[in-house]
Design a protein around this ligand. Structure first.
Ligand code: PMP
Ligand code: GLU
Length: 399
């Protein structure tokens, strides 16, 4: 059967595939340790589940407006005001089926064939594919020379007359690194001045904004005091902040022309995001931050443990110290030198870990850097300890 060029040109999501593979192995009784998961391992808070049950009981089981229920859009607007001090009306907000779907709508509404989006690398696996699906071209900007921090210089180097925007994801998936506020300010000034083009936008993916360590603070262009609302497309979701990945609720705040175009696309594809999930998201946004703070503290402990363990016991694996999110991006280039022929790429290393030691990890190549693997610490401390012992065992040439 002939498959469309557009579909043939994209890869399936490796992060989802690896998460599914380890869940399947576990369900078959295999003692697999998964460092693959891109979702918090905490249960969704009870008050959120209750809000969904209550919504079902109250009969909220039918279509809602395509862009989401008014109460939820208002709560999202209040979040933007509280967190970034920027006011959004409901017609500048669209609720979609997860952050991924929000991004899909953004790029579908923004890009014409051949137009470019600058994607700092390493990048989350789906950015490049969603841009391609929308007819656009991802232009990869390597950040490895600057400890994975994207800068204005990198943006300028990758600009072309076809550029329509840049993605900022800070803290980032897969490195967990936060951009410097100074760099965000410089980019804001540059974009605002029109030097990046008159129709150029900062796509701010703030999905990990509440999972930040060491007392550091989250910062995005909307907080720059530069009145960036007209130049920013802010994408977020309740998925990670409240451990609600299965609810599939994400949202976008952007200039109303773009929101209206995204609304049309959504009206012809998914219609509204799942009605009772929207009530869960509403409860989440109104329910305070205690759950998220506890989860964040737990992630920080796990990060410290992993960094300490690798530093002491597995010297050929060198982690980037994440400022946030729940991923450890680990440099494995020493493994290539020391392991002989068998391991010569991030995917052969991940295959080796899974096949011989039942440890799942995601190859860095999927995020644009083959010298790394990603270890998620969305797993219990016991699992992490067990998994790291197995990795120590796997790197036997260190003994
Ligand atoms: N952006 C980033 C950087 C992510 O890691 C994810 C994780 N899936 C998403 C967006 C989308 O999340 P979701 O669709 O589950 O809301
Ligand atoms: N964002 C997560 C990850 O990177 C979840 C899976 C996905 O949607 O990619 O693993």
């Amino acid at each position: 059967m002939k498959i469309s060029c557009r579909a043939s040109s994209i890869k399936p999501s490796a992060t989802l595939a690896i998460t599914a593979k380890s869940k399947k192995l576990a369900s078959e009784g295999k003692d697999v340790i998964s460092f693959g998961a891109g979702e918090p391992d905490f249960d969704t808070p009870e008050y959120i589940k209750n809000a969904v049950k209550d919504a079902l009981d109250r009969g909220h089981t039918k279509y809602t407006p395509v862009s989401g229920i008014d109460e939820l859009k208002t709560a999202i607007g209040q979040k933007f005001l509280k967190d970034y001090n920027v006011r959004y009306d409901n017609n500048e907000i669209l609720v979609s089926c997860g952050g991924k779907h929000a991004l899909f709508n953004v790029f579908s509404a923004l890009l014409d064939e051949g137009e470019e989006i600058i994607v700092p690398s390493p990048y989350w696996v789906s950015y490049t594919e969603i841009i391609k699906l929308s007819g656009g071209v991802p232009v990869i900007a390597d950040t490895s020379s600057n400890r994975f921090k994207f800068t204005l210089e990198m943006l300028k180097k990758n600009l072309s007359p076809k550029s329509r925007g840049v993605i900022i994801n800070s803290p980032s998936n897969p490195t967990g690194v936060l951009m410097d506020e100074k760099d965000i300010m410089e980019i804001a000034d540059f974009v605002k001045s029109g030097k990046a083009g008159n129709d150029f936008y900062i796509i701010s993916d703030d999905i990990y904004e509440k999972i930040i360590f060491d007392g550091k603070r989250f910062f995005n262009v909307l907080m720059s005091g530069r009145d960036m609302k007209n130049h920013t497309i802010a994408v977020n979701a309740v998925s990670k902040t409240y451990s609600m990945t299965g609810f599939r609720i994400g949202y976008t705040a952007a200039p109303k022309e773009l929101i209206s175009a995204m609304n049309s696309i959504q009206s012809q594809s998914t219609s509204n995001p799942t009605t009772f999930s929207q009530y869960g998201a509403l409860a989440a946004l109104k329910g305070g931050e205690d759950f998220t703070l506890n989860m964040r503290n737990e992630f920080e402990k796990r990060r410290d443990f992993m960094v300490d363990f690798l530093g002491k016991n597995v010297k050929s694996l060198k982690p980037v110290i994440p400022d946030g999110a729940f991923y450890l991006f680990v440099d494995i280039s020493d493994v290539f030198k020391k392991s002989g022929e068998r391991i010569n790429s991030s995917s052969s290393f991940c295959d080796y870990l899974l096949e011989d030691y039942l440890v799942a990890a995601v190859p860095g190549a999927e995020f644009g850097n083959d010298n790394f693997i990603r270890l998620s610490f969305a797993a219990s401390m016991d699992m992490i300890k067990k998994g790291l012992e197995r990795i120590r065992e796997a790197i036997s040439w260190e003994k």
